[in-house]
Design a protein around this ligand. Structure first.
Ligand code: G6P
Ligand code: MN
Length: 449
């Protein structure tokens, strides 16, 4: 099979490549094509992959790797397309964060106002990519990694329908951590999780029809011992009666999160920009140490993930058990395997709602458990969201819709509406100032009239 990664010069590509090398069974990916607009980044990642393949050759036929900056050449004949583009680069992420923070608003690239700016930059490019995929590789399945993942997947679905699936590893990480605490094999459990990307709640963990989550919610010591428990506090989890996705920290502790981000010396984007700048530069100077440099850089990235929020919550350093979540590359490979080999697998994915959640319409992309087989993902029956979660999901979906409308119709009014309606912005005037600043900083946003 041919797998194309759009954003193939991206930092996390070696994770996918490593997972491909470890693949057993057929059919499997034999051709990996990395497409990117930046040849320098492609070349650096290629060195990492070459060194990785030499060290961990796998037991099967090798994966042939090629790099290209020609989208058409990349897409023709693709069986699967992973879209992991970053429009505006990490430089853009830094501006998304800074502009918002300077106005006292969270700038995070998915949950914060930064996510709207990022969405406004990304949707025009992602939909153009979707159009090209539909034209050049109509039989391919597209897996979208690009954040804000729910919004971007929904925009791409206008061209690709159910053949685009959005993924995120945070629900998987959450369910694995909870299963571990409960002493349950995740493969035997049914996880009642639902919401939007980075805005979901685990409401139940069923084994043989019995819900085991109450057992955890009633045990403050166990609750306080893992990532989400340390972040939200056992007491709040007990009050909620559910385990929220870690990104809900920005909602439940909105005040503290903005304070921490404003006082931090570097935003997350600025930290990653510096880190990745060093990695690509070092690899260009000394290609022979590409894999070492990548590993070092990656370990540092994982260890500092959501560090600001963990600092204010007093959660301390990340636990190694908490970190090994299976990773987003495993989610992507599981989908590919399930589709290509018709192996039924349950995964929490970003797909069109149909009738899963009554609070949003059928075409809204939601994050829910799905059974995946050769026909793609089909949702499993889940419980409806409790009122406070339903309200938040409806509000944030309205923001995503306004963002997509702004991007598709070039409407500055819709872009303002998206920012002003965002539950973490809180002011029509601040939303206007933010939009003006984003448009000023990003030439890509000049399409907004
Ligand atoms: C998690 C999130 C992703 C995010 C990634 C990296 O896996 O679910 O959406 O892209 O972390 O976050 P970072 O802050 O390191 O870019
Ligand atoms: Mn994610």
């Amino acid at each position: 099979m041919k797998l194309v990664i759009l954003g193939g010069g991206g930092f996390r590509v070696p994770l996918i490549h490593r997972a491909l090398l470890a693949e057993r069974g057929e059919p499997r990916v034999t051709d990996l094509v990395l497409y990117d607009v930046d040849l320098r980044r492609l070349t650096a990642i290629r060195h990492v992959l070459d060194q990785q393949a030499a060290l961990e050759p796998g037991e099967h036929a090798p994966v042939s790797v090629s790099i290209t900056t020609d989208l058409k050449e990349a897409l023709v004949g693709a069986d699967f397309v992973f879209s992991a583009i970053r429009v505006g680069g990490l430089e853009g992420r830094v501006i998304d964060e800074r502009v918002a923070l300077d106005l006292g608003v969270l700038g995070q690239e998915t949950v914060g106002a930064g996510g709207i700016s990022y969405g406004l930059r990304t949707v025009p490019v992602a939909t153009e990519v979707a159009r090209r995929i539909a034209e050049l590789a109509p039989d391919a399945w597209t897996i979208n990694f690009t954040n804000p993942a729910g919004l971007v997947t929904e925009a791409m679905a206008a061209y690709l329908g159910d053949r685009v699936i959005g993924i995120c590893d945070s629900p998987v990480g959450l369910t694995r951590r909870v299963a571990r605490l409960l002493g349950i094999d995740p493969a035997t459990a049914r996880f009642d999780y639902a919401g939007l990307n980075h805005l979901g709640w685990l409401r139940g963990v069923y084994v043989e029809g019995r819900d085991h989550l109450p057992r955890l919610l009633d045990n403050p010591e166990a609750l306080g011992s893992f990532e989400e428990g340390k972040l939200f506090g056992p007491d709040w989890l007990k009050t909620l009666g559910a385990i929220p996705n870690e990104y809900l920290y920005y909602y439940y502790y909105a005040h503290e999160a903005v304070q921490a981000a404003r006082t931090a010396t570097l935003t997350r984007g600025a930290f990653l920009l510096r880190q990745q700048h060093d990695f690509y530069a070092e690899t260009e100077r000394d290609a022979g140490s590409a894999l070492d440099a990548w590993r070092r850089t990656r370990a540092e990235r994982e260890a500092t993930y959501m560090a600001d929020t963990r600092d204010i919550a007093g959660a301390g350093d990340r636990d190694s058990d908490d970190m090994e979540s299976g990773g987003y590359e495993q989610v992507a490979l599981s989908i590919m395997r399930a589709i290509a080999r018709d192996e039924r697998t349950v995964l929490i994915l970003n797909v069109r709602n149909r009738s899963a959640l009554s609070i949003v319409d059928a075409d809204a992309v939601v994050e829910v458990p799905c059974v995946v087989d050769a026909n793609g993902p089909h949702q499993v029956v889940i419980n409806q969201l409790p009122p406070h979660a339903a309200g938040l999901v409806a509000s944030v979906k309205a923001v995503e819709r306004a963002t997509i409308e702004a991007a598709m119709q070039g409407s500055r009014r819709a872009a303002h509406k998206a920012l002003a309606l965002h539950p973490l912005v809180g002011s029509v005037t601040v939303a206007q100032r933010m939009l003006d600043a984003y448009v000023e900083h990003f030439p890509q946003l000049s399409y907004l009239r």
